[in-house]
Ligand binder design. Structure first.
Ligand code: FPP
Length: 235
């Protein structure tokens, strides 16, 4: 990538278009998710190489449970597979954080998530956020309850509640807000993703379906972000 390009600190990615990718090829939807998981792995490595501070992937929303059980189970198995085998988290220097309400998970997947978070918490490289059973409204409710409890227990006064305190009670606490949100697949919706954190973020929409997404597409998105950034920077 061109040396003059500013690499963003944090990119949020909505991995969309897996179903349509599979449909175009007359394949089951889960084949789209399988290819999408491979792309997730490659793009994560590329974000590392580019030197990002954080990247957040929207893997499963609070609304995605409404999908047929076969599809939900397929996504959960892919997650396990990529977290255990293919994603070699023991060797990477990434801190891995799961954004979302973990109470929906149990058994092997929950243990794996907790184990990975614990084992990677002191890593100094990029923070890889995986949004799982994530919904931004749910996140804000969760933060509100935590803050209400602090007031109730006399730890803080109501007047101590400010934007920083809210940010500090979100799943992304301590991380920079996303510079931009990237949504492939041509859809132009935010779908309950990081609503608080995107107050000043740019949006980059792309027509490519997530399973077809390449490192070059990420370069193009970063270049597009730089173009917008420069326009505002000049004012
Ligand atoms: C959206 O595409 C994608 C999802 C709801 C699931 C994303 C999951 C993965 C890529 C696999 C596992 C994740 C990891 C992190 C290993 P869609 O199904 O809504 O696509 P469509 O709009 O074309 O139907």
């Amino acid at each position: 990538m061109d040396n003059n390009i500013i690499i963003p600190k944090h990119i949020g990615i909505i991995m969309d278009g897996n179903g349509r990718w599979a449909k175009k090829r007359m394949l089951p939807r889960n084949m789209g998710h399988k290819k999408g998981a491979e792309v997730f792995q490659d793009i994560t490595r590329y974000c590392n190489e580019l030197g990002l501070e954080s990247v957040t992937f929207y893997a499963f929303s609070t609304e995605n449970w409404k999908r047929p059980a076969e599809e939900v189970n397929g996504i959960m198995s892919l997650l396990k597979e990529y977290l255990i085998k293919a994603f070699d988290y023991e060797k990477e220097n990434n801190r891995i954080v799961f954004l979302g309400d973990k109470s929906a998970f149990s058994g092997e997947l929950l243990e794996l998530m907790l184990d990975i978070e614990e084992k990677t918490k002191d890593r100094t490289g990029m923070t890889l956020n995986i949004a799982l059973n994530y919904g931004a409204r749910n996140e804000i409710v969760h933060a509100t309850k935590a803050i209400a409890n602090m007031v109730k227990n006399g730890e803080i006064d109501i007047d101590d509640i400010d934007e920083q305190l809210v940010s500090d009670n979100l799943y992304t606490k301590g991380q920079p807000d996303p510079d931009f949100i990237l949504r492939p697949s041509g859809e132009k919706r935010i779908s309950n993703f990081l609503l608080w954190q995107i107050a000043y973020s740019e949006f980059v929409y792309m027509d490519v379906l997530w399973p077809d997404f390449t490192r070059k597409d990420l370069d193009d998105a970063i270049i597009e972000f730089n173009r917008r950034n420069r326009r505002f920077g000049g004012v």
